[in-house]
Design a protein around this ligand. Structure first.
Ligand SMILES: [Zn+2]
Length: 186
């Protein structure tokens, strides 16, 4: 960030009075522009015992598989965002169920929140952000070609819980430490 979104004048970095972190502060109007994590809302969709996955048509991780997920919009709940992403990426009308996972992706300044879901209506398709969508049996899931660690975590925990007949909420932190990505279950 170089210029103030409010007034267009240059920004500087400083710690405002009473704060403890460097912030972008406008040199003209004085507005403090806070930067906070963004929420990615998603859902693991099950139908007929299979999971609906999407092959990404966009970077990052183009060509890799994910459950529907994307940035939340203002004015929607996390669950609404997850359902909207299912429609956009897989043309799937879903019924959102229980909370599956919260993954803090610390280095990316993101929080990935994923729900369990089922198809509210039969049928699905290929949204503009997907190259392909398909239903996977547990044994067929392309673990080598999963787009993100948070997606792998959600799918793994989903399947473990399904085997046990439970619906728990799982937490994970992902961060770079000493040059490699470290995951910690919470
Ligand atoms: Zn300003």
């Amino acid at each position: 960030m170089s210029f103030c979104p409010n007034c267009g004048q240059p920004l500087t970095r400083k710690i405002p009075p009473g704060d403890h972190l460097l912030r972008y502060v406008c040199t003209a109007c004085g507005t403090i522009h806070y930067q906070n994590p963004r929420i990615i809302a998603g859902c693991v969709i099950e139908t007929e015992g299979k999971l609906l996955l999407c092959k990404r048509a966009i970077e990052p991780r183009l060509g890799y598989w994910t459950h529907p997920a994307g940035f939340m919009e203002n004015g929607e709940s996390v669950a609404q965002g997850a359902a909207r992403e299912a429609m956009e990426e897989a043309l799937a009308k879903v019924k959102i169920g229980s909370l599956l996972s919260i993954v803090n992706v610390l280095h990316a300044h993101q929080v990935h929140i994923t729900y369990r879901a089922t198809l509210a209506e039969p049928g699905y398709g290929v949204g503009v952000e997907s190259l392909e969508t398909r239903l996977y049996d547990e044994a067929e899931i392309p673990w080598q070609d999963i787009a993100f660690l948070s997606v792998r975590f959600a799918l793994q925990r989903y399947l473990e819980d399904r085997r046990l007949g439970v619906e728990r909420m799982h937490g994970q932190d992902i961060d770079w430490q000493h040059g490699k990505l470290v995951t910690t279950e919470r």
